[in-house]
Ligand binder design. Structure first.
Ligand code: EPS
Length: 409
């Protein structure tokens, strides 16, 4: 991995921390740039009361000076405002037993990490598990992703997302997605590009809330301006589709990922799946500076990836999230304290976090693409990376072009 990141922090602990290593020196960056994505992650109709408490923003800890990266690991801190309500329960030092019993979770929620976690880690209190399994951790990932997004922006890559279904209600987005995608999606409270279904989805969320239930949904992430040739067919762990799918599946509550046409492709004839190739202009390649090496596709069913390599078409992934597992009308479980049947614990939670999941998915796609860019173009400084990138783009297709008109192979 060329762009590594890790996070630490419990949902109701003091703070979240994230470190990002591998960024070149000289990348312009500001806290405002990162905070913008943190604020977007907190949005969306159907979020719980926690989002009214927090004002997620970063404090730089390391790796940035005078608005530019230094090439050293970047570390960021995001304080939890809610910590002040949990200091005793979440105290780091040995606490009074009474404090630990407060807010103990002994009735594991079906669908959450609670039960598997307490068994695996040999804990009595599922809070020891859920504090880290909580999707609060994605705040730190979005901060890391914002740095990757800043790197990609230097190379003209835009990563956006929109909700394609929520609570079983499908949106009908326009065939040509708006540019920039997020400006349009963020205008909707549920991040759909179909005003006709917006109020229907909001009604469904209200209904689910009244019933003490939760809702899942699907999001589409689109990265435009990605150069042909990121990732590789040569080894399984270098295939970019695998790297993207793995990363997206790591989002809490995500149960499915599709690239391009995804599962639909399995049901069609090959001729209705594969994207015909044509020259971009009337002439054959190369066209100077063309990210796709002078070619283009009539469709993009492949979602911008063939053989684990980017084609230069937009990279498109769909991500499916199950309904949140904290139900206010809880499901049957077993009380770990008594061993008897009980109803699962209900903690404050969201009815749905699908709109926020799109922002998280964008961040992770940016991290994977940023990693692949660094793998291909490397460089200790942004200038060095840019020279490598420009040299590659300028030479795309030149081997082939030099042979054209020459003796037949
Ligand atoms: C979240 C913070 C959490 C939840 C949600 C996401 O806050 P709290 O538990 O204090 O209400 O709103 O967590 C979950 C969905 C989950 O499964 O744990 C956040 O910051 O995104």
């Amino acid at each position: 991995m060329h762009l590594r990141f890790s996070t630490a922090g419990e949902s109701h602990g003091r703070a979240l921390v994230t470190t990002v290593e591998g960024l070149p020196a000289g990348l312009p960056i500001s806290a405002q740039w990162v905070d913008r994505d943190l604020a977007r992650r907190m949005q969306g109709y159907g979020r719980g009361a926690r989002m009214k408490i927090e004002r997620d923003r970063i404090e730089w800890l390391a790796g940035v000076r005078a608005g530019e990266t230094l090439g050293s690991p970047v570390a960021m801190l995001i304080s939890n405002r809610d910590w002040s309500n949990w200091e005793d329960v979440m105290a780091h030092e040995a606490a009074e037993p009474g404090e630990l019993r407060r807010r103990r979770v002994s009735r594991p929620r079906p669908g959450h990490a609670d039960l598997a976690g307490v068994l695996k880690y040999d804990r009595l209190d599922a809070r020891d598990i859920l504090e880290r399994a909580s999707a609060r951790e994605t705040t730190a990932r979005v901060a890391a992703g914002a740095l990757a997004r800043r790197l990609l922006a230097e190379f003209g890559v835009e990563v956006g997302s929109h909700v394609v279904s929520l609570g079983g209600i499908a949106a009908a987005p326009p065939a040509e997605l708006p540019v920039p995608l997020n400006d349009a999606a963020d205008r909707s409270e549920v991040r759909v590009l179909d005003p006709a279904v917006e109020s229907e989805i909001i009604r469904r969320i209200d209904e689910a809330k009244r019933a003490g239930d939760t809702l899942g949904g699907e999001v589409e992430v689109v990265a435009r301006g990605v150069v042909v040739g990121l990732g590789s067919h040569v080894s399984w762990d270098r295939k970019l589709d695998g790297r993207l799918a793995g990363m997206l599946m790591s989002i809490p509550a995500v149960k499915g990922v599709e690239i391009g046409l995804g599962f639909q492709a399995a049901r069609r004839l090959g001729s209705a799946v594969h994207d015909p190739i044509e020259p971009r202009g009337d002439a054959l390649p190369p066209i100077a500076g063309d990210l796709r090496g002078g070619f283009r596709r009539r469709s993009n069913n492949a979602g911008g990836l063939e053989g684990g390599i980017t084609t230069g078409e937009p990279v498109v992934a769909r991500v499916a999230m199950k309904p949140i597992s904290t139900l206010m009308s809880p499901l049957p479980t077993v009380d770990l304290a008594s061993g008897l049947p009980a109803n699962a614990q209900s903690e404050r939670s969201d009815v749905t976090a699908v709109p926020a999941m799109g922002v998280i998915a964008e961040a992770l796609v940016a991290l994977v693409l940023g990693d692949a860019m660094l793998e291909k173009f490397g460089g200790d400084s942004l200038g060095e990376m840019r020279r490598n990138y420009d040299g590659y783009v300028a030479s795309l297709g030149s081997r082939w072009a030099a042979r054209r008109g020459g003796p037949e192979d």
